[in-house]
Structure formats: C-alpha cells, structure tokens
Design a protein around this ligand. Structure first.
Ligand SMILES: NC(=O)c1ccc[n+]([C@@H]2O[C@H](COP(=O)([O-])OP(=O)(O)OC[C@H]3O[C@@H](n4cnc5c(N)ncnc54)[C@H](OP(=O)(O)O)[C@@H]3O)[C@@H](O)[C@H]2O)c1
Length: 318
C-alpha cells in the first residue's frame, strides 16, 4: 500500500511517501480502504519526538489519528459495519496511523459515516468531536452554563462551540479577530478577539472555562471563574495548577477512545448538531507541509485533511 511514514523522529522532512506492506484483517477488526485522513497537533508532536516517552512507536510510523474510507472486509463477529460501507474511524498514536491506503481498526473505533458527509468531513469529525464532548462533559456543561471556550477558531474549540450551543450554554469564546464571524456561526454568543482584546478584562464570571491553549491563557483563566467553577484543559502549553488559590476545580480532559463516545459524536453529526470543520485539503505528497503549517500556527478554522486516495476531489460516500 501507499503510505506516508517516518523512520526516525525529527523535522517534517523525515516524512516520506512510499510502499509499506498491507495490514492484515485482525480478529474483531475492520479492514478499510482509506480515502481521507486529517492532521491533528498530536501527529506533529509525535513525529518531532516530543511525545515519545508517552507513546512508544515502532518505525516505520504512519502518522494520523482520524480517517474516513470504505470498508473492504470485516472479521467474523463484526456486525456494526459491512464491506462497502462508508465509515469514519480513529487510530491511536502507538499503532499504524490513518495516512495510508489501508488500515485495520478494531470494530469499536469504526463508525458509519453520517449521511451526506464527504470523506474529507468524515476524516475531520471524530477526534475533534470526541475531545470537545469529553471536555464539556467533564465540566458538566448544560442549560444556562456560563462557559468560556479558549481557541474557538481551532478544530476542538469549533466543535465545542457547536455542542455547547446545543446543550443550551451561554458561550463566550476567544479567537483571532479574523475568526470572529466563524465562531459566531458555530455557536458563540460572545467573541473575544485575543489579538485586540483581553479576555480577563471583564466583570463576567464563568461557571466553566475550557482551555485548549495553556500557558498564560490558563493562568489568567482562574481570574474569570466563579468560586467553585471548573477549569477543564487539554495538554498544550505548560500549565500551573492554581485551583487551591482560587477555590476552583482544575480538570485535565480525560481523552479516551470508547465506542459509546464515538456513537455520541456520530449521532450529533447525524442530528445536525456538529459539522466538522475543514481548513484545507492537501494531497498526501504534501503531508510534511501540512505538519509544518500546523506546528507553526498557520492552520485555522478546522483540520487540514489529507487526500489519501489521490483524487482531486473526494468521491462522495454511497
Ligand atoms: N489529550 C490531550 O490533552 C489533548 C488531546 C487533543 C488535543 N490537545 C491539544 O489541544 C490543543 C487544541 O487542539 P486542536 O486540535 O483544536 O488544535 P487546532 O485545530 O490547531 O486549534 C488551535 C487553535 O488555537 C487558537 N489559538 C492560538 N492562540 C490562541 C490564544 N492565545 N487564544 C485563543 N485561541 C488561540 C488558534 O485559533 P485562531 O486561528 O483563532 O488563532 C488555533 O486555531 C492543541 O494544543 C492540542 O495539542 C490535547
């Protein structure tokens, strides 16, 4: 099969395109012809070696956590999908990634593609949706929650805005001023453009802050939380836990891949609550450029999607 892969950690130029052996259909697995894969921050962090102590990998390593494609074969006992079905799926950092023509994933990591969704959208759906939903659930966000989402211009932040609006929260978000309209369209009631305004210069006090940025943004988020509020964060820039000083709860979003959560994310997409956001579609030969763009903050409004099948345009799912 054709695949993107690297044989050592390093800069984006360690990424190559070449032939690797086809994966086999494993017990309980689904063999998928991959059409599209997306690039997430964890992909370039893993490739650079930054995450090697957390996620041991074997070389050659195929990058990619998210994908979409068509089922080629299923193992005995697999019932939720069948050959010919259009599907979305996730992989994990320690196994073969999604940026290859073929992949085998356990049934729990493969879900039917929501009707009307393109393969590119399917490849952008799962990781962002799963992370956003887990963070909102960890914050117990619901009707009337006063919520601040940092990074609404990104893939997870954009998904969080859509889901939070559906949950009935009062949503404020931070983003670049270029993305003000984008975030309002996704569900933000109020937008603070971080390049021209200070999110902490307000009398507003939030029940929950979702922090996808870290560092100084995380530190200053304590100032805008109500006593007893929740600061839910994902691993980004280094954070200092000041929960005891401010009388709030600091929670690391417990990201995990579970069938139940995958089904919730797909249902939200089917119901029109969640629409995956695509920043750009690039051919597989530009995977190194995609990693570079993401690592240098040049990606906004959703995922870069890699056209793995090599078509100019993704064929729509049947
Ligand atoms: N297990 C975990 O802990 C875990 C899991 C998943 C993701 N993460 C981390 O979560 C973060 C977000 O992931 P993602 O996939 O959503 O990334 P992404 O799509 O690259 O989005 C990041 C967004 O951050 C925004 N941003 C940058 N500086 C900002 C600031 N000062 N204030 C507000 N927004 C700012 C940018 O929006 P603009 O375009 O508007 O500037 C950018 O689009 C990444 O750091 C990722 O590594 C951690």
């Amino acid at each position: 099969m054709k695949a993107a892969f690297y044989e050592d950690f390093g800069e984006p130029d360690v990424l190559r395109i070449g032939e690797l052996p086809d994966p086999e259909l494993r017990d309980g697995g689904v063999l998928i012809d991959v059409r599209a894969a997306s690039v997430i921050p964890g992909d370039y962090r893993l490739r650079s070696g930054e995450l090697k102590h957390l996620f041991p990998v074997t070389f050659p390593k195929v990058p990619g956590r998210d994908g979409a494609g068509v089922v080629r074969a299923v193992a005995n006992g697999v019932t939720s999908v069948k050959p010919g079905d259009a599907v979305c799926f996730v992989s994990v950092h320690t196994e073969q990634g999604t940026c290859a023509e073929l992949i085998c994933r356990p049934e729990k990591d493969v879900v039917p593609m929501p009707p009307g969704m393109s393969f590119g959208e399917g490849a952008a759906l799962m990781h962002a949706g799963v992370c956003a939903w887990i963070c909102l659930e960890a914050g117990k966000v619901g009707q009337g929650t006063r919520l601040l989402v940092h990074g609404g211009g990104g893939a997870i932040g954009g998904a969080a805005l859509q889901i939070a609006r559906h949950m009935g929260a009062q949503v404020t978000t931070t983003c670049n001023s270029r993305n003000r309209d984008h975030c309002q369209t996704l569900g933000a009631d109020h937008v603070v453009a971080y390049d021209v305004e200070d999110f902490a210069a307000t009398d507003e006090r939030y029940d929950v802050v979702i922090d996808l940025i870290g560092g100084d943004v995380h530190r200053r988020s304590y100032e805008v939380l109500k006593p007893g509020g929740k600061l839910v964060y994902l691993l980004a820039k280094h954070i200092e836990d000041l929960s005891a000083q401010y009388g709030v709860e600091t929670i690391l979003g417990p990201i995990r891949e579970e069938r139940e959560i995958h089904d919730i994310v797909v249902k939200m997409a089917v119901d029109g609550v969640l629409r995956p956001q695509i920043s750009e579609i690039m051919p597989i030969g530009k995977i190194g450029e995609a990693h570079h763009k993401l690592a240098t903050g040049q990606v906004s409004r959703g995922r870069i999607v890699i056209d793995v099948a090599g078509a100019d345009r993704f064929p729509e799912p049947a």
